[in-house]
Design a protein around this ligand. Sequence first.
Ligand SMILES: [Ca+2]
Ligand SMILES: [Ca+2]
Ligand SMILES: [Ca+2]
Length: 366
Amino acid sequence: MIYYEACLNEQDARMREKYLKSGMGKRYIKNRLKRFLSPTGFTLLELIIILFMMGLFITLVSQASSDKVNEKNYERTIQSMQEIKKAILGTHSERVRGDIRFAGYVPDMGDLPELIDGQPRGLWTYGKGVDKDNDGKPDGGDLDGDGEIDLPFYTYYEVCDPESKEYPDTEQKIFLGWNGPYLRPPAGGVLKDGWGNPFIFKRIGNNFIIMSLGADGKQGGTGYDKDISVIINENDWLGCVAGYISPHVIYTSKDDIERDGRSFPDSGDLTEVKVHIYYKPKKDTCKARGWGGWGRQYTYRCVDELWQPVGKDGYFHFDGVPIGTDRLLAITQEIVEEGKKKDILQPYKIDIEPGINWLGNMGSVP
Ligand SMILES: [Ca+2]
Ligand SMILES: [Ca+2]
Ligand SMILES: [Ca+2]
């Protein structure tokens, strides 16, 4: 309780103060306080303690509610980060009759999303369709508006021999390309954490980092200010693939041919087996050697591949194959006549999961 009186004249004020702090005036104040405090049942000291505690309580309550807000924002941040990670890596169903159904950015695109203005825009938008070969159909999405394809669209891609660029049998096809959106489009085209600050994305080699700066929106800090990171590393999206191909003969030198007692034309032709894995849609269309109807050269959509020669025992091994359904093509050569070799293609459909994918013996290539 505050007792308050005001005077316009300083001397009056001094006299009044003296009066209230001594004799009659002191008794008057004391009685007033007594009458004020007695119905409440509190003494003055108790009242002061109560008022102090109420102040403390108000502070504690506001502290607790800000903790609660931070906790909620933290949870929302973690949830968003997990959603982004899932959009990139995708999901895959249980094996159904030996097949896995993959759905996600990496399985469709064979790569991590590119960052445009710091954002993995390809997760939710295809951008503008670009028609590179002027056939009236878009060949891909242009994310940054430079007229170049960033996201080849979802369709059949042709598996071709990267050396001969031969337009292959149409049976060697693979469905790849952008098949999103993989994420709900964020407001303003910027993915934000629970506190409303933009996520920071980084791609370092085969690692993709999703980062929130926490409650303070600045680097560093403790408690809810602490920076939060979720990392997609290469073990999450790349697998290794190994197996055997059993061609009936692999010759790697002319001596081998002679040792085997087989006589080939004397040109020294060798046969070899190569294994290719096709996993990533190419941004540009390829031109085939052959010519289509109306004198037009064939253009086709080709996939990026990894390839290597197979060892003498038929063993092959690939590292860094993106998860998803890929095509494996075993190519062996047959000498059809003097100086002429013919590729024999044996395609396999393979499902790549993170870790080791042991394909076993793929059977023999004719
Ligand atoms: Ca086109
Ligand atoms: Ca572009
Ligand atoms: Ca921080």
